[in-house]
Design a protein around this ligand. Structure first.
Ligand code: ATP
Ligand code: MG
Length: 417
């Protein structure tokens, strides 16, 4: 009423979810409505809260921008009365860096620190500013910057994520720590096309669906990481078991959310243990299993980025599903020659002349050995903070090899290695 005659005025109305009558009429809702009625009575309206709000929305003479964090808390009856809707999403990774730098407001931090913050999804400028304020208060002197200052900012940000109930407040790209030297030459794959050629094609095109199958530790996830890195994109890794829900329809929703997240982050999406969604539909026991496979295929076709499924079991996979993958790559254990090369790199510091005849003979017997076994031994070295002699390293590889299911099976069948 006050601004009605002012032609140059507009209103910005923040956090408006509080002023709309709530959707459900629970106890709190009744109270809010009673308050609203009292309010409308006070300003001379006899209508109830809902009608009054509608009237305001429809006949308000002043241009108004309504701002809310939670549109879902506003009754659809009101929502449709707005003349224009705009959803502000968390910015994509590229824009995030700028946002982070601006919010840090001149704090002297390292580029690595900015990169770490940029990787956090859903981070808001307000959250950064609050964390900076905390660091200023907690930091002994007046210097704004340095390692200790950065640590304080990160601590507050982690705590506020917890308080906000955000589980994945951490970096979007939780890079696994690599213990082995990555080398495409250590892949033993069956594929119609050479891996580097596939990687370059994905880089050029920006999309494609890949199915990686093979024994554990053969380098499926690692190749996904390599592809993402080559494409300069973040990698989102999901476990199929995280998507599966016992509630009807919820698995499909989780799946849709996964593809949406990958699209928004412009990320390479890798789905582990994907077999549960790609199972042969002919063997499906329940109808929801079929709808889940169908949903997955549809989402896959619509998805405009790189999508990688990994699985250990290929025989049980739906043939129609398999056809949908642009590239199907089978990962196999290392060849004898690869075993020797990887042993030289990982156990002998790259010094091939130190490879003994005895070691070669023993490596030759480890037919199921995979890059993952080297990684497992390297991790032992790491944790024990020691170094293994060539012989110790080989012994550990042998014991990793011994516990593989394929090897155990052969032994019980009487083939002694
Ligand atoms: N090309 C490679 N060169 C060097 N090391 C590799 C290579 N590929 C994989 N590795 C090593 O092997 C480890 C295990 O690989 P990865 O996790 O990719 O196996 P996976 O096939 O995904 O296994 P799973 O089926 O159990 O998920 C990696 O952490 C890495 O250290
Ligand atoms: Mg894996």
């Amino acid at each position: 009423m006050f601004l009605k005659g002012a032609h140059e005025a507009a209103l910005l109305f923040d956090e408006v979810e509080d002023v709309f009558p709530p959707i459900s009429v629970d106890a709190a809702g009744l109270m809010a409505r009673a308050e609203q009625q009292a309010l409308s009575a006070a300003v001379g309206h006899s209508v109830n809260g809902k009608a009054w709000v509608n009237q305001i929305l429809e006949s308000n003479p002043v241009p108004t921008i309504w701002v809310t964090n939670r549109i879902e808390q506003i009754d659809p009856a009101f929502r449709r009365r707005f003349a224009y809707h705009l959803e502000l999403k968390s910015p994509p990774p590229g824009a995030r860096e700028q946002l982070v730098r601006r919010a840090l407001d001149g704090v002297a931090v390292s580029d690595a620190f900015v990169a770490r913050l940029t990787e956090r999804k859903g981070l808001t400028p307000a959250q950064i500013r609050t964390a900076v304020r905390f660091a200023e208060l907690a930091h002994g002197d007046d210097t704004r910057g340095g390692d200790a200052f950065e640590a304080l900012i990160e601590r507050q940000m982690k705590n506020s994520d917890t308080a906000l109930g955000r589980q994945d407040g951490g970096p979007a790209r939780q890079g696994r720590r690599q213990v082995t030297t990555y080398d495409l030459g250590m892949l033993h794959v069956e594929s119609r096309f050479e891996i580097p050629r596939i990687v370059e094609a994905l880089k050029a095109r920006g999309h494609g669906a890949l199915c990686f199958y093979g024994a554990p530790g053969t380098g499926k996830t690692a190749l996904g990481e390599y592809i993402a890195e080559r494409m300069g994109k973040p990698l989102i890794v999901k476990q199929a078991s995280d998507l599966v829900s016992k509630f009807v329809g919820e698995t499909e929703q989780n799946m849709a959310a996964m593809f949406k997240e990958a699209a928004e982050e412009k990320a390479v999406l890798l789905l582990d243990e994907a077999d549960s969604f790609l199972l042969d539909r002919r063997g499906a026991q329940r109808s929801y299993e079929v709808t889940e496979v169908n949903e997955m295929l549809q989402q896959m076709e619509r998805h405009d980025g790189v999508f990688i499924c990994t699985t250990n079991l290929l025989d049980r996979i739906d043939q129609a599903a398999l056809r949908r993958f642009t590239f199907k790559i089978r990962f196999k254990p290392l060849t004898a020659e690869q075993r020797e090369r990887m042993f030289v790199t990982e156990a002998l510091d790259g010094q091939a002349e130190r490879l003994t005849e005895d070691a070669r003979r023993r490596l030759a017997r480890l037919e199921q050995l995979c890059p993952g076994d080297f990684a497992a031994v390297k991790r032992q070295v790491d944790i024990l903070a020691t170094s293994f002699s060539a012989d110790e390293f080989l012994e550990q590889l042998e014991s990793e090899h011994r516990i593989k299911p394929e090897v155990r099976e052969q032994r019980t069948m009487g083939f002694v290695h």
